[in-house]
Design a protein around this ligand. Structure first.
Ligand code: NAD
Length: 257
């Protein structure tokens, strides 16, 4: 049984099959690495085929690593990626919705409609479409953990990033709705709200915006990818058992609620 396996020092995610979206680099890559180190098999989902191949090559020594090139804004693409994951790993237990973009920084009334739509499409609709493609498989599996990567911007509303902030507020609400819908299905859905973490995403932002975010963090430093990965790995584990639809702060003390 389970307790017997644990006493044989099995890793916390042994036998678990995971999807991490946007995992060719950045926070998603660090999450995939951490899930592998915790004993899970991982299917890396990303739109960037070249970076996906490189990530798979580097991570493969840690465990079973599959890949699916996917555009999370497309229903067909996410459905095909879910099927590809199932074919490669045999089942799906864990889904981490991490793919996202920052978009440009501008006053709300100066954002172009296409900038607004692109950020909402990837960050919010993308998270919905991945849930839509994967949850039927989690229900068939009778077990699941979903972790959505939101942002402290979704709680507070960052100036010069209304599209990003609104998309992440949407991810928080998506998490809460799903948490209630799946509460008796053995599938828990939670989200994390990082403040600024050092990754390539910062290249999309103005220096003034990065300085603003850093100035709001009581710890006075950037977060690191592995700090996000550690929390996500716990939320993916069986130890996370009486928490769903919840929002986990990862902001060095910035979050006000
Ligand atoms: P990143 O730019 O380093 O990585 C994002 C990954 O998502 C890339 O590999 C990219 O190819 C992929 N991606 C983009 N569009 C996609 C699409 N349409 N389909 C599939 N994959 C796509 O960014 P990151 O900093 O690692 O951010 C990861 C997540 O964390 C994002 O949702 C971001 O909003 C969130 N976040 C980041 C920070 C931060 O400061 N870095 C803070 C809070 C939240």
């Amino acid at each position: 049984g389970r307790s017997e396996m644990l006493s044989m020092n099995a890793l916390p995610l042994s036998g678990r099959k995971a999807i991490v979206t946007g995992s060719a680099r950045g926070i998603g890559y660090a999450i995939a690495e951490r899930l592998l180190q915790s004993g899970a098999s991982v299917c890396l989902w990303d739109v960037d085929a070249e970076a996906l191949g490189q990530a798979q090559a580097v991570l493969s020594p840690l465990g079973e690593v599959a890949t699916a090139q996917v555009d999370v804004t497309s229903a067909e693409s996410t459905e095909a990626a879910a099927q590809k994951t199932l074919d490669a790993l045999g089942k799906i237990d864990l889904l981490v919705n991490n793919a996202g973009i920052a978009g440009n920084n501008a006053k709300t009334w100066e954002l172009r409609p296409e900038d607004w739509r692109r950020v909402m499409d990837i960050n919010l609709t993308g998270s919905f479409l991945c849930c839509r493609a994967v949850i039927p498989h989690l229900l068939a599996n009778g077990y699941g953990r979903i972790v959505n990567v939101a942002s402290v911007a979704g709680k507070e509303g960052n100036p010069n990033a209304a599209h990003y902030s609104a998309s992440k507020a949407g991810v928080i609400a998506l998490t809460k709705s799903l948490g209630k819908e799946l509460a008796t299905s053995n599938i828990l859905v939670n989200c994390i709200t990082p403040a600024v973490i050092e990754t390539d995403i910062l290249l999309q932002m103005t220096q003034a915006h990065i300085d603003y975010m850093l100035s709001k963090i009581p710890m006075g430093r950037f977060g690191q990818k592995h700090e996000a990965a550690a929390l996500v790995a716990w939320l993916c584990s069986e130890e996370c058992s009486f928490t769903t639809g919840a929002v986990f702060d990862l902001s060095g003390g910035r979050a006000t609620y």
